[in-house]
Design a binder for this molecule. Structure first.
Ligand code: DWN
Length: 391
């Protein structure tokens, strides 16, 4: 049974950056539910993939050093541990992972044309299609099977999870390994990072819910790694149950126990989280109101996550003058639903800025390192994670 625990108000599509501010930009009511049976957390209203993942999708994995090096390290691990003959990446974005492999050994699936073009241009086999059973049949005919399938921050973006795993099952070889990576629900709840909820994040996975989802396909998690990326993610290593080549690591049970101890299996935990989110909104607004009287505040990192915060807390250009970002596709556009312009990042942009709201708080370390001079000159940051504060 699906039980509602959080209402984040009316939200536009998180990655719909318009060229002008449109007061009437289409919005939907973002509500979050907990399924008491399979422990899956999901959003209420589902947009079609075609609406969300367009031919001009603005998110690029290669835009941060942190992500680039995470993918590089993972590719080394994959080669060392599994040495796959043929790897499939579902949601290859601009190639941050696949470009670490030989062109003959990888196939990318990327529904956004602007991103698929980038890897195609570099000579990587890329299917500009949405992941579904029809595509898996096409791949089966052409490649037979893949001995490694990888997908980061993609499966949680597809509404029909049954079809997702059925399609994977169709092309994963007998001894094949599936690696998936997504933000961790436990970390989101612990950090009060409610901005992980927006239209693209249809689900927020936990080890508990992933284990339940895999059951039907005779797949099982045999290892889990906690990652710092995207505010705390989990990397799940998955195999067919009948594949005895890999022992189940104690880390799997440790993660499940951690989640149970925190109460991720109980509705009450989510209700408490909802209260903390409401407090977080109040406190953030209090801080911004106080600071705005005598100072200039801007946003850093025009993230999809920031869309949720701005629209839930009703923060507009009365508080934040503009956002800075490095992604070409976002420059000179407006934060979805808000009259806040995004300008191109340059080294001098923080001069004369008193406070910087961290839209990309998940890259805090990378950003603080980059902005040492700003900090040295007395510049301050504002974050809402794990609770609103100035630092
Ligand atoms: O799942 C998803 C994740 C992986 O990416 C997608 N649904 C959408 C997107 O979410 P996001 O926009 O919240 O992701 P990020 O990775 O937190 O976005 C970081 C943004 O900040 C990018 O627009 C790049 C920008 N940035 C910057 O301007 N300067 C980032 C860094 C590190 C910087 O120094």
């Amino acid at each position: 049974m699906n039980k509602k625990f959080l209402d984040l108000g009316f939200q536009p599509l998180a990655n719909e950056y318009l060229n002008y501010y449109n007061k009437k930009q289409k919005k939907y009511n973002l509500k979050i539910f907990f399924n008491t049976k399979n422990k899956l957390v999901s959003i209420s209203e589902r947009m079609s993939s075609k609406k969300m993942f367009t031919n001009n999708y603005p998110y690029r994995s290669s835009m941060s050093k942190t992500m680039k090096s995470s993918f590089k390290n993972l590719s080394k691990t994959i080669i060392k541990k599994f040495n796959p003959y043929l790897l499939l990446e579902i949601g290859s974005n601009d190639g941050a992972l696949i470009t670490n492999f030989s062109k003959k050994k990888v196939v990318g699936i990327e529904p956004c044309l602007n991103l698929a073009k980038i890897t195609k241009k570099k000579g990587y086999t890329t299917y500009n299609e949405y992941w579904d059973f029809n595509l898996s049949k096409k791949l089966r005919n052409k490649f037979k099977a893949f001995d490694l399938i990888y997908s980061a921050n993609t499966l949680t973006h597809i509404s029909n999870l049954e079809d997702v795993f059925k399609s994977i099952d169709n092309v994963l070889s007998e001894k094949g390994i599936l690696i998936i990576e997504d933000p961790s629900l436990l970390e989101c709840i612990k950090k009060n990072s409610y901005d992980q909820f927006y239209n693209e994040h249809i689900y927020l996975f936990s080890a508990l819910s992933v284990r339940n989802l895999l059951e039907k396909f005779s797949l099982e998690i045999f290892d889990i790694k906690n990652l710092e990326t995207h505010g705390g993610s989990l990397r799940y290593y998955i195999k067919r149950k009948e594949n005895k080549n890999f022992k189940i690591s104690s880390r799997v049970n440790m993660q499940i126990q951690k989640e149970l101890r925190y109460g991720l299996n109980k509705y009450l935990t989510y209700k408490k989280f909802s209260k903390r989110v409401q407090n977080s909104k109040r406190l953030l607004l209090k801080i911004l109101k106080k600071l705005k009287k005598n100072s200039k505040i801007i946003g850093y990192g025009a993230t999809a996550k920031a869309t949720t915060i701005l629209n839930y807390c009703r923060i507009d250009n009365n508080y934040i003058d503009f956002f800075v970002d490095t992604t070409p596709e976002k420059i000179n556009k407006f934060m979805p639903g808000k009259n806040i312009k995004i300008i191109k990042y340059n080294k001098k942009v923080l001069n004369k800025i008193d406070y910087v709201f961290l839209g990309a708080w998940n890259f805090k370390r990378e950003i603080l390192k980059k902005e040492r001079k700003y900090i040295k000159n007395g510049g301050k940051f504002i974050t809402h994670v794990p609770f609103p504060k100035i630092f």
